[in-house]
Ligand binder design. Structure first.
Ligand SMILES: *[C@@H]1O[C@H](CO)[C@@H](O)[C@H](O)[C@H]1NC(C)=O
Ligand SMILES: *[C@@H]1O[C@H](CO)[C@@H](O)[C@H](O)[C@H]1NC(C)=O
Ligand SMILES: *[C@@H]1O[C@H](CO)[C@@H](O)[C@H](O)[C@H]1NC(C)=O
Ligand SMILES: *[C@@H]1O[C@H](CO)[C@@H](O)[C@H](O)[C@H]1NC(C)=O
Ligand SMILES: *[C@@H]1O[C@H](CO)[C@@H](O)[C@H](O)[C@H]1NC(C)=O
Length: 299
């Protein structure tokens, strides 16, 4: 009653409404976050370690902060859920609601299933999934939009298929650890100048280690029976010489020039059969059963 002048006083009025404008989004924001975390917890099994995650408390509260959270200015910026005996799957839709999230560690738990869709979240800087039971292939373009990623640890899981070439598109990648999985095929060139720590050992990789990746230690590539080159102590088989073209017929000196094999000397009578070699084993290798046609080169 005594303050009747308050709303008539223009400067105060302006100040008051601008405070409301700034505060409202923050309130809506902090309401969504606890719900998202509880939804995430629901996707986990064996959650005893997360007993502090309850609806009647606040995640980043000073004295009762929930286990495994990294908070900054009252919002969650990181999850540190390593070695908590957790299992099940990781609900990335719930994670996407935690807008301040930048680093996530789920290491040394029993999480399973295919690679969760971390590429649908906001800017993720650190992703640590080592020491779980993740399976299957990671799609080749998985990382194209993960431009903020700096540290990626997928080691000691059961991932299969090719190493996704889109890893090469992450501009500031610092650490890449893929060791102790079932990755196969050849190594894509992943040689960002920022990369300081790389490990691909103990997989099923084959072919030559790309020359631009030889700055890494031999132990980064060890334990892949099919890999060769560089410092691995195993030379790559010389590639088959390209077919002799008619423009440089100067390697025939033992023939005395124009030999008698006038039907062309490059082809011999080799028959190359490709295909059917890569029937994936297990559920992860779902797409594209590879049935390439038989190619035959006639001599
Ligand atoms: C994963 O689960 C198995 C049994 O299901 C258990 O023996 C093992 O200790 C668990 N590992 C971790 C890291 O919790
Ligand atoms: C990475 O490799 C590509 C192709 O081999 C090469 O052109 C490029 O200069 C290399 N970059 C670095 C940083 O080594
Ligand atoms: C790569 O990982 C293997 C297996 O975990 C380890 O023995 C090796 O020391 C690691 N090398 C590097 C360079 O990290
Ligand atoms: C074939 O000819 C090229 C030039 O045309 C020459 O550089 C090369 O040494 C020759 N090879 C042999 C085996 O004579
Ligand atoms: C090979 O034979 C052709 C004609 O059949 C002749 O034109 C050519 O000069 C010969 N080349 C050599 C290297 O003897």
């Amino acid at each position: 009653m005594a303050t009747t002048g308050f709303f008539n006083h223009r400067p105060h009025h302006l100040l008051f409404s601008s405070i409301i404008l700034f505060v409202l989004p923050c309130i809506a924001y902090s309401i969504a976050e606890p719900e998202a975390l509880l939804k995430l917890k629901e996707s986990f099994k064996n959650v005893e370690a997360l007993n502090s995650w309850t609806p009647d408390t606040t995640p980043c509260a000073r004295n009762t902060q929930w286990a495994g959270l990294i908070c900054a200015n009252g919002i969650v910026t990181g999850l540190r859920l390593g070695g908590m005996g957790l299992a099940g799957e990781i609900d990335t839709k719930a994670l996407a609601e935690i807008k301040g999230l930048r680093t996530m560690s789920f290491v040394n738990n029993n999480f399973s299933g295919p690679m969760p869709e971390f590429n649908t979240l906001g800017p993720v800087k650190g992703l640590y999934l080592s020491g779980n039971q993740f399976t299957g292939e990671i799609s080749s373009n998985f990382f194209v939009n993960m431009e903020s990623l700096r540290k990626l640890w997928l080691s000691d899981n059961k991932f299969t298929g090719n190493i996704p070439p889109s890893l090469a598109t992450i501009p500031n990648l610092l650490e890449l650890h893929l060791e102790d999985n079932g990755f196969s095929g050849s190594i894509p060139v992943i040689n960002q100048s920022t990369l300081v720590s790389l490990n691909m050992s103990n997989n099923k990789l084959e072919g030559e280690v790309p020359a631009s990746m030889l700055k890494f230690k031999a132990s980064s590539f060890a334990g892949n029976a099919g890999l060769c080159g560089g410092n691995l102590g195993k030379e790559c088989a010389k590639p088959e010489p390209p077919p002799v073209t008619s423009t440089t017929p100067n390697d025939t000196k033992n023939n005395g020039g124009n030999g008698s094999n006038s039907k062309g000397n490059g082809g011999s009578s080799k028959v190359v059969v490709r295909g059917v070699s890569s029937f994936g084993s297990g559920a992860g290798c779902s797409h594209r059963p590879v049935f390439r046609e038989v190619e035959a080169e006639r001599g």
